[in-house]
Design a protein around this ligand. Structure first.
Ligand code: GTP
Length: 525
C-alpha cells in the first residue's frame, strides 16, 4: 500500500474543494454585499422620508402659527378703540375662540393685566388679574409673543400667543392672547396627530429647552427629554436626519426640522428594527435567485477543473506502470488537450521509449552469451520453466564438440572461438521458430526443441550431427559433435535439473560409445 495515498490529497479532491470554496465565498460575498446595500438603502429611504415628513409638518405648523398670529394682530388692531366696550370685547374673544380651532381659550386684558373678556366664559376670568408666565411676559414685552410651555393659572400646560393692543396715539392698552392647551385636543395635536402612523413610528415636538410640546403619549407632554443622544445635534443643525437611540433605548431613524418662528423642533422617527423588517424577505429572494447561478458556476468550475486534472491524473497513473509493455500505447491514448499536459505526455513517451530500450538491452545482455550470441544458461532456465508451466511436451539436446581440446591445442584458442561461433550458426539454422540454442559451458550447448514427439527430436539431432560433420571449418576442416537427447511430457513431468541431467547422461553415453553420435536418455526417475 502506498502511504502517500493516505497523506497527500488527490488532485480531484483538491479541485472539488477549490470549486466549492470559490462558490461558497462568491455566494457569501454577493449575499453579504447585497444585504449591506439593501440595508443601507432601507435606512436611507426611511431617513429621507422622515426628513421630508418633518420638514412638511414644521412648515404646516409654521403656517398655522403665522396665521394665528395674524388673526390676533388683526383683532388687536380692531380693538384699539373698543377697550371700554365689554360687549364688543366679549364678541371678539368668542369669535376668536369659536370661529377657528386655533386656540383653546382667548383672553383680552388691559394694560394692568386685568382680564376684560375671556372665552370660554366659563373660565370666569373677567376682572381677574392674570399672573401666569405668558400673560406676565406679554405685559412686560408689549409685543407679539409665543411663550414657552408653562402651567397656566387654571393648571393647564399651555403655550400662550399674544398680541399687544395699542391705541391710536400709540398708548399701550393691554393685550389679546390665545392659549393652546398642550394636553387637550388642540390645533397642534390635530396637525401632528393626523400623521401618526403604526409600526412604532411617531412624531413629537420639543422646544429649545427640550421640553415636549407634542407627543402621541400625552403623559410625556411637558416633560423634558433626557437620554436622547441625537437631540443636541438637532438643536444645533436645525434640519436633517440621523440614527439615534431614544430615551427608551430604542434605535430610531429620525428626520427633524425646526419651526423658524419658535425654534421648536418637529421630529418624525421610525424604529430601525421596523425599517429593516422587509430585509429578511428581500434577502430570501436574493438567495433564491443567486442559488441556481451559484450551483451552475460550481458545476462549471468543477467540470472545467476536472477536465484540466484528468490528463494529469491519467499520466500520473501511467507513471506507476512504466515497465508495462502496453504503457506507451496507453499514454498515447490520453487526451492531452492543453499545452502543458501535451508537453508532459510527450516527455513521458520519450522517457518510456528510452527506458524500454535500456530494459531490452539489459535483458538481452543478461540472457545472451557474448562470444557466440546464443542464449546463456540463465535464459535457458527461464524458457524451460515457461515451457514446463505451459505443460506442452518438448525435447532438449545436450551437444558437445568431440575432441575440442585438440582444436585449441593445434590451432590456438582464437580458432577454437571461431569454431564455436560457426557451430552456433549451424545449430541456429537447424532450429525452428520458438526453439532455443544456448551455450551452457565451454564447448557444450543445449538446444530446446518445442516439437512434441521424441522421434522428431532424434531425427533433427541426427540431421544436425550430420550437417556439422559435413560443415567445413576454416583451418580446422571438419569436426564432429555428440548429442544426448532427453524428453519432457506432461504425462511424465520432470524437474529442469533432472531433465538436463538425463540429457547430459545421454551425451556421456554418446561419448563413451565412440562420439559423433546421438543417444536418447534413459529415464532416471
Ligand atoms: N577456444 C575456446 N576453447 C574453450 C572455450 N571454453 C572451453 N574451451 C576448451 O574446450 C576444451 C574442452 O576439452 P575437454 O573437456 O577435455 O573435452 P574434449 O577435448 O572436447 O574431448 P571430449 O569432449 O571428450 O570429446 C578445453 O581445451 C577448453 O580449454 C572457449 O570459450 N574457447
Amino acid at each position: 500500500m502506498n502511504p502517500l495515498k493516505n497523506t497527500i490529497l488527490k488532485l480531484n479532491r483538491l479541485i472539488l474543494a477549490l470549486a466549492l470554496t470559490a462558490t461558497i465565498l462568491t455566494l457569501f460575498n454577493s449575499f453579504y454585499s447585497n444585504y449591506q446595500v439593501q440595508k443601507e438603502q432601507l435606512i436611507l429611504q426611511s431617513l429621507e422620508s422622515n426628513m421630508a415628513y418633518a420638514s412638511k409638518l414644521s412648515d404646516t405648523t409654521e403656517m398655522f402659527l403665522r396665521s394665528s398670529q395674524q388673526q390676533l394682530a388683526f383683532t388687536a388692531n380692531a380693538l384699539s378703540e373698543q377697550m371700554s366696550n365689554s360687549v364688543r370685547l366679549n364678541q371678539e374673544a368668542n369669535r376668536l375662540k369659536y370661529q377657528t380651532d386655533s386656540f383653546n381659550s382667548v383672553v383680552i386684558s388691559n394694560e394692568l393685566g386685568i382680564t376684560k373678556a375671556a372665552s370660554p366664559e366659563a373660565l370666569n376670568l373677567v376682572g381677574v388679574k392674570l399672573n401666569s408666565v405668558g400673560t406676565t411676559e406679554a405685559l412686560y414685552e408689549k409685543k407679539a409673543l409665543i411663550s414657552a410651555p408653562y402651567i397656566s393659572s387654571i393648571n393647564n400646560l399651555v403655550v400662550f400667543m399674544s398680541e399687544p393692543i395699542v391705541g391710536r396715539n400709540g398708548d399701550y392698552l393691554g393685550f389679546l392672547g390665545g392659549t393652546i392647551y398642550l394636553k387637550n385636543l388642540n390645533i397642534l395635536s390635530e396637525i401632528l396627530g393626523d400623521h401618526y402612523y403604526e409600526n412604532g413610528s411617531y412624531i413629537y415636538v420639543v422646544d429649545k429647552e427640550k421640553k415636549i410640546l407634542y407627543h402621541p403619549n400625552i403623559s410625556r407632554i411637558g416633560t423634558t427629554v433626557i437620554n436622547n443622544d441625537g437631540l443636541d445635534k438637532m438643536l444645533t443643525q436645525k434640519e436633517g436626519g440621523m440614527q439615534l437611540i431614544n430615551s427608551q433605548g430604542i434605535t430610531m431613524l429620525a428626520g427633524y426640522s425646526t419651526i423658524a418662528s419658535t425654534g421648536w423642533i418637529v421630529v418624525t422617527q421610525s424604529p430601525l428594527q421596523a425599517t429593516l423588517e422587509p430585509l429578511f424577505g428581500i434577502m430570501q429572494k436574493v438567495l433564491l435567485r443567486t442559488l441556481p447561478v451559484a450551483c451552475a458556476v460550481f458545476l462549471f468550475i468543477w467540470f472545467f477543473a476536472r477536465s484540466i486534472s484528468r490528463p494529469l491524473q491519467q499520466l500520473a497513473d501511467k507513471a506507476t506502470t512504466l515497465n508495462s509493455p502496453t504503457v506507451s500505447r496507453e499514454i498515447e491514448s490520453i487526451n492531452s488537450w492543453y499545452v502543458e499536459s501535451h508537453g508532459l505526455k510527450q516527455a513521458m513517451l520519450i522517457g518510456v521509449q528510452l527506458l524500454q530500450n535500456q530494459i531490452g538491452e539489459l535483458k538481452r545482455d543478461a540472457e545472451t552469451d557474448p562470444l557466440t550470441g546464443a542464449s546463456n544458461r540463465r535464459a535457458l532456465q527461464l524458457t524451460l520453466k515457461q515451457q514446463i508451466y505451459i505443460g506442452r511436451a518438448f525435447s532438449v539436446l545436450a551437444l558437445d564438440i568431440d575432441f575440442f581440446k585438440r582444436v585449441n591445442d593445434t590451432y590456438g584458442h582464437k580458432v577454437g572461438d571461431d569454431v564455436l561461433k560457426q557451430l552456433t550458426k549451424v545449430m541456429t539454422h537447424f532450429s525452428k521458430a520458438g526453439d532455443m540454442v544456448s551455450r551452457t559451458g565451454g564447448e557444450e550447448f543445449v538446444i530446446l526443441l518445442k516439437n512434441e514427439r521424441l522421434e522428431m527430436a532424434l531425427a533433427l539431432a541426427e540431421q544436425l550431427r550430420t550437417a556439422v560433420a559435413n560443415e567445413p571449418f576454416e583451418l580446422v576442416g571438419n569436426i564432429t559433435v555428440s548429442i544426448g537427447i532427453a524428453h519432457w511430457s506432461p504425462e511424465k513431468p520432470q524437474t529442469i535439473e533432472t531433465l538436463l541431467a538425463l540429457a547430459d547422461q545421454a551425451l556421456y553415453k554418446a561419448k563413451e560409445q565412440g562420439r559423433n553420435r546421438c543417444v536418447i536418455a534413459n529415464d532416471l526417475s
